[in-house]
Design a protein. Structure first.
Length: 367
């Protein structure tokens, strides 16, 4: 039995999602450095179970049975029962549960909460970020949210740290993009099928591109828990007669296979945190088109390693895609090389680990 201090990482679920995967990636990284790690999910799903088993991460979850209040109470009790020395939690609701557990335990453990979106909700934020004062530290993966918290909540100014997402760049730097003669251009979207991802405008832009005579396909890859929105996407595809061009491929457990068959990745979200998909595509050397929002500007330099566009307008979105379609093979190769170089500069895991060690030091936690 290890005598090392216990770090409990708490997440809402291990269903498909960027925050969920990031927490598991952090668990893998910390465990690889010899720290005593366990993951607790507040609901019982199994999408990332293969990843957990592959890396030998200790894992447990709270039962889905009962109403919301009963499940949240059960979750608080479970965190306390684990007797952690440090809790790291991702996403607001999960962090609220972790804060409640810390208070009810008599502040027996240190707490780092992580905010994973750039979305601003003034009334809710007023409550949440004042509650966050009961945590030892707040980490964010959003440059805009980092500035927002420091300006709007001065008491959190010295407790807030920006930490970029963890990306296994070794895995994605080795992706070999398949070569073809561009008989058609393979465009992909990877991520949740949900309204903030702005897929309706992306489908409309594809119609504009096709009407201009370009031959393209669009693959939509990801979990679709929002069935209503997925149906809206299907309805628009049918209405615009794009059934043979735009396909919903469902979720994947091996995203590298998607990237190998992608010429251009489109991420045109209305708002976005630090995007795993954008990061992975960049590390894979894939040219990208992204909405011109602050988070994406950190990863994408317009015309250097991709294109930034106004995603609120399908015409502007289509114009961005057309810019890529008009590039020469040499220009595409330059963008691909620029992407891989940028990924190496940003996503070095050793640097991210050292950032966490510094945070641990700041809160007087010795693993």
């Amino acid at each position: 039995m290890t005598n090392k201090k216990k770090i409990l990482l708490v997440v809402g679920s291990i269903n498909q999602g960027g925050a969920e995967f990031q927490l598991l990636s952090l668990a893998r990284l910390l465990q690889s450095k010899g720290l005593n790690i366990e993951v607790l999910a507040l609901t019982d799903y199994d999408y990332f179970s293969p990843y957990i088993k592959e890396h030998g991460i200790r894992y447990s979850c709270v039962s889905n049975e009962g109403g919301t209040l009963k499940r949240l109470t059960r979750a608080v009790k479970q965190i306390i029962k684990k007797k952690p020395d440090l809790v790291i939690s991702y996403i607001k609701r999960v962090s609220q549960v972790s804060i409640a557990a810390r208070v009810l335990s008599g502040f027996r453990f240190k707490l780092i909460i992580s905010e994973r979106t750039s979305l601003v909700k003034p009334r809710h934020d007023l409550f949440y970020f004042n509650l966050a004062l009961l945590a030892n530290k707040v980490t964010v993966n959003s440059t805009s949210k980092y500035a927002y918290i420091k300006n709007r909540f001065p008491l959190l100014k010295d407790r807030t740290e920006f930490v970029p997402n963890i990306i296994d760049i070794k895995k994605f730097l080795t992706v070999q993009l398949s070569k073809h003669e561009f008989e058609h251009v393979r465009i992909s979207y990877v991520g949740r099928i949900s309204p903030e991802k702005n897929l309706l405008n992306l489908v409309k832009a594809i119609r504009i591109i096709v009407d201009k005579g370009y031959v393209v396909t669009l693959s939509l890859v990801g979990e679709a828990n929002n069935k209503k929105y997925l149906q809206e996407v299907f309805n628009l595809i049918n209405k615009l007669k794009l059934e043979s061009i735009v396909k919903y491929e469902g979720p994947t457990h091996d995203v590298t296979e998607v990237y190998k068959k992608t010429d251009l990745l489109c991420l045109v979200s209305i708002f976005e945190g630090f995007s795993n998909e954008l990061s992975e595509a960049i590390a894979s050397g894939i040219p990208v088109i992204a909405s011109d929002i602050e988070e994406n500007r950190f990863l994408v330099e317009d015309r250097i390693n991709g294109f930034l566009i106004d995603s609120n307008d399908p015409v502007c979105l289509a114009a961005g895609i057309e810019k890529f379609l008009q590039l020469t093979p040499i220009e595409i190769e330059i963008i691909s090389k620029n992407n891989r170089q940028k990924a190496i500069a940003i996503f070095d895991e050793e640097n991210i680990y050292q950032r966490y060690l510094e945070i641990f030091k700041q809160i007087d936690f010795r693993a």
